[in-house]
Design a protein around this ligand. Structure first.
Ligand code: NAD
Length: 439
């Protein structure tokens, strides 16, 4: 049992009363809050860029991209919130003279935990859905991105009264304190390991959860694919944020006769994007978030090498810069640590197949991933892979991009998550669908 601080208890008590006011709020009132939040973020955009560079060595384009994705979420609510809030008339009931409708209603107090890899967007995007759905929020930014955490806290404190949205900065102890309280819902983005802790804590209070987790995302390259195009995209996305993206491609399945060409093309892309005159370009490469994560990924490489894996390229690390070179490994033995864990670092593992069913059987035996990628020009191949596998989402002939389609729900399945959000799906996730029968 963790001791819950006075401030946490007092905010929870205040929000427990105020959630009924927010639940009854109109679309206009909710949109006014979102407008204030958007204005405040816009006013601090240059500070976001600075904080993002300090925490993650992210370039300006990447930092502004995070902010843009938040505006996209808010603008979507501006366009459609009134319609999302409308009750939906249900099918005719068996009772003569009666009418049934489904009313989306706010869940109440939502506890929000964000990850450090997209520490700004993955806090304010779900917060936009939480507010759009008429909830209160208790928000904990991620402690491993301290500059963004501080900035996000300043913005939230400037914009919101604590009875609507309250922010708490801190680490694991604070997380456990917040998890003691009987929240109405928890929205968690982070690792599967901590996702289990969060779900266990939620179970004690029968709190509903949205878990946005990670996993090992597989790629299947078909014989009909444009191999150079596939290799270029996979290599570029594998080293995005130095590989610390939940949607990064990780385990690459390629027909055995195409493997050498794939590796050569992927290496070429690594050189073109992340090296300058043959030396690693630290600004383009990015950095591991901290020493612990640097050592964790370095250990995957050292362990796989010791156990007989072939490090085709990369494998080098720079502890001063906390950078890991983009790495390609083949022949990774089943007992290598990396085979059982999400890498969250810039390593591509290459597996070859004679028959695509070998790849599919292997994917079926793993935890369901957050994303699966297929490279092919054969529509039947796509349908066959979709029919025989499961994942949170899929992009065909590219990586990651399904996350940027506002009309698609974004989330995982089982080991990679529970629930989904973005646009209407975020509103629905943060709402309870209440059945109302009038006789
Ligand atoms: P994390 O699970 O370590 O931390 C997330 C949050 O949980 C933080 O607020 C942290 O304070 C808290 N926490 C950490 N340990 C805890 C504990 N023992 N008890 C209670 N709370 C604890 O995740 P992370 O390292 O910040 O992020 C990386 C992970 O997030 C990766 O697995 C990645 O795939 C995943 N991720 C998923 C998505 C998605 O949208 N599905 C997006 C980004 C990252």
């Amino acid at each position: 049992m963790n001791k819950v601080s006075e401030r946490v208890q007092s905010v929870f008590k205040t929000q427990s009363q105020h959630k009924w006011v927010n639940k009854a709020s109109t679309a206009e009132q909710r949109l006014a809050k979102l407008q204030k939040m958007k204005d405040a973020i816009q006013a601090r955009e240059d500070d976001v860029v600075k904080a993002m560079h300090l925490d993650l060595r992210r370039d300006e384009e990447g930092a502004r991209g995070e902010v843009t994705s938040i505006y996209g979420e808010i603008d979507h609510a501006f366009a459609d919130l009134a319609q999302w809030m409308e009750p939906v008339e249900a099918d005719p009931t068996p009772f003569i003279g009666s009418k049934a409708r489904i009313m989306p209603e706010a869940r109440g107090i939502v506890l929000l935990f964000s990850p450090w890899n997209y520490p700004f967007a993955l806090l304010f995007q779900p917060l936009a859905s939480i507010i759009a759905a008429g909830n209160c929020a208790m928000v904990k930014p991620n402690e491993l991105a301290p500059n963004i955490s501080k900035l996000a806290a300043e913005i939230i404190n400037d914009v919101f009264d604590e009875k609507d949205v309250a922010v708490f900065e801190g680490g694991v102890d604070l997380a456990n304190e917040l998890l003691e309280l009987p929240m109405d819902h928890i929205f968690f983005t982070g690792s599967p390991a901590v996702g289990k802790i969060v779900m266990g804590a939620a179970a004690k209070n029968l709190t509903s959860v949205t878990l946005e987790l990670g996993g090992k995302n597989p790629v299947i390259i078909d014989r009909t694919a444009d191999l150079a195009d596939a290799a270029g995209k996979i290599a570029a996305f594998r080293n995005l944020n130095n590989g610390q993206v939940c949607l990064c491609p990780e385990n690459i399945w390629v027909p055995e006769e195409m493997a050498q060409d794939f590796i050569a093309a992927a290496q070429g892309t690594f050189q073109a994007l992340f090296y300058k005159d043959g030396a690693l370009n630290p600004d383009a490469n990015g950095k591991m978030i901290d020493e612990r994560n640097f050592q964790r990924v370095k250990n995957y490489i050292d362990d796989a090498r010791e156990k007989g894996a072939n490090i085709v390229c990369g494998g080098d690390t720079d502890s001063d810069l906390l950078s890991i070179h983009p790495t390609i490994m083949t022949d990774v033995p089943a007992n290598a640590i990396i085979m059982g864990e999400e890498t969250f670092g810039p390593i591509l593992n290459i597996f070859t197949y004679k028959d695509a069913d070998e790849a599919i059987t292997s994917i079926q035996q793993q935890s369901k991933p957050l994303a699966l990628y297929v490279f092919t020009t054969d529509d039947d191949f796509v349908e066959s892979v979709l029919a025989k596998t499961s994942s949170g989402g899929v992009t065909v002939n590219n990586c990651l991009l399904h996350v940027a389609v506002p009309g698609l729900p974004f989330g995982g399945v089982n080991g990679s998550g529970i629930g989904a959000y973005h646009g209407k799906f975020g509103f629905q996730e943060l709402s309870h669908q209440r059945s109302v029968l009038a006789m």
